[in-house]
Design a protein around this ligand. Structure first.
Ligand code: SDX
Length: 393
């Protein structure tokens, strides 16, 4: 008996894990973090508060929130030697392997606080990662544009600090656009956790060997980078740009998807769990309209995306396969309107997913039932056979 469910002991052999962090009902389109519906958190909370909720299990009091935010502010700087890592990457390096490399390298700078069994080390690693990932992400972007890195400005909020490090220049003051900060905070909330998805399962599997938090999160970043997973938000933009480049014929593109033309998929559609609709997608779609209005930007690609959604939602091929827009379908359009290049979209997904990865890793390492991950297989190879010498082959 754990909480409100009774577990069949056999569950352990299914490779399933227990978790009290996020609940998804794929048929009903339900997503809750620690019991709170995603729509309520999106409307009433902010990303740091949701991060606290995911990691510690309860919404913080004002004093707990202030202490959490202050601890994070105190750790936003990178070690100057880690900053020099970025000099070694090629200018055109994709920011995701840069992000994963820098996170992995954090474990070489904090060797005294890596033990997953030491509560203090887990706490300081949690704060360091939440504080430093935005700085690392901003520097990964600055590297691609050859601009100087800005040190964090701790008088700014969490999101605002990241935006200034990303888009600010030492040559002139940078004013954060509140509309951008507010929209990015909301998108980070929507991405903050999602049960046992590919990258979170990777974080838990790597962590189950008692690898440290930085190593586990670095692995999760790599898993997220794949186009079937977090890489999809960038792939949606490439798909929309391809449709426009080929004349904007949405119906023709949908027919090519249905004919299963090689490499032609409706990116941003479909989900392993949501077989009705992804509750996050509805919120993101509304945000896209709001953000583009507030930024005074229209985007032909948003119009194409809406046409694509309209056609697909009324086409049996997609309806029969229960393919609906997922969280990635509209997010890239918002990130583009904010000024981020396509390559940074999955980095933004990682920034949002970080508290969920940390919460899931922490939950796993303190679980007394937790064993090293060891997925089983069904062997389909040769039966036993004897060795044949080279001359007989
Ligand atoms: C995320 O797990 C999570 O929670 C992930 C995530 C999170 O928050 O962590 O929600 C984030 O990763 C969202 C998903 C982003 N990925 C994409 O948008 C990429 C495009 N989507 C697909 O590649 C696919 O839908 C997956 C990978 C998302 C889900 O794959 P499934 O559930 O394994 O589905 P499937 O590959 O078994 O497909 C079922 C059928 C197949 O047709 P048939 O062979 O049965 O005829 O649907 C078809 C597929 O060909 N299909 C698609 C399609 N997705 C599935 N056909 C066209 N376009 C698509 N996008």
């Amino acid at each position: 008996q754990t909480g409100h469910v009774t577990l069949d002991p056999g569950y352990v052999n299914t490779g399933a894990c227990t978790s009290a962090i996020t609940y998804i009902d794929g048929d009903a389109g339900i997503l809750r973090y620690r019991g709170y519906p995603i729509a309520e958190l999106a409307e009433k909370s902010n990303f740091l508060e949701v991060s606290y909720l995911l990691i510690y299990g309860e919404l913080p009091t004002q004093a707990q929130y202030d202490e959490f935010a202050e601890k994070i502010r105190r750790h936003t700087l990178l070690d100057e030697d880690l900053k020099r890592f970025f000099d070694g990457f090629p200018r055109d390096a994709h920011p995701m392997p840069v992000l994963s490399s820098a996170v992995s390298a954090l474990s070489t700078f904090y060797q005294d606080n890596l033990d997953p069994a030491d509560a203090e080390s887990v706490e300081i690693s949690t704060v360091r990662l939440l504080a430093k990932l935005p700085t690392i992400a901003a520097y990964a972007y600055k590297k691609t544009v050859g601009q100087p890195f800005l040190y964090p400005d701790n008088s700014l909020g969490y999101i605002e600090n990241f935006l200034r490090m990303t888009f600010g220049l030492p040559a002139e003051p940078y004013e954060v656009d509140p509309a951008v900060a507010e929209a990015l905070d909301l998108l980070f909330i929507l991405h903050a956790d999602h049960e046992q998805n590919c990258s979170t399962s990777t974080v838990r599997l790597v962590g189950s060997s008692q690898a440290n938090l930085f190593a586990s999160i670095s692995s999760g970043i790599h898993a997220l980078s794949g186009p079937r997973h977090g890489g999809a938000n960038s792939a949606v933009l490439s798909m929309l740009e391809q449709i426009v480049a080929e004349g904007g014929d949405v119906a023709n593109f949908v027919e090519r998807v249905k004919s299963r033309e090689k490499g032609v998929r409706l990116m941003g559609f479909g989900h392993r769990v949501y077989k009705n609709y992804d509750p996050r997608a509805a919120i993101v779609k509304k945000t896209a309209d709001d953000v583009l209005d507030r930024l005074g930007k229209s985007d032909q690609l948003l119009d194409i995306a809406k046409q694509l959604e309209e056609v697909a939602l009324n086409d049996d091929y997609f309806v029969q396969r229960k393919l609906y827009p997922n969280v990635d379908f509209y997010t890239g359009l918002i990130y583009r309107a904010m000024g981020f290049p396509t390559q940074m979209f999955t980095v933004l997904f990682a920034l949002g997913r970080l508290p969920g990865w940390i919460a899931q890793w922490r939950e796993m390492i303190v679980d007394p039932a937790n064993k090293i991950g060891r997925p089983r297989q069904v062997y389909t190879g040769e039966r036993e056979r004897s060795f044949v010498g080279m001359e007989q082959r």
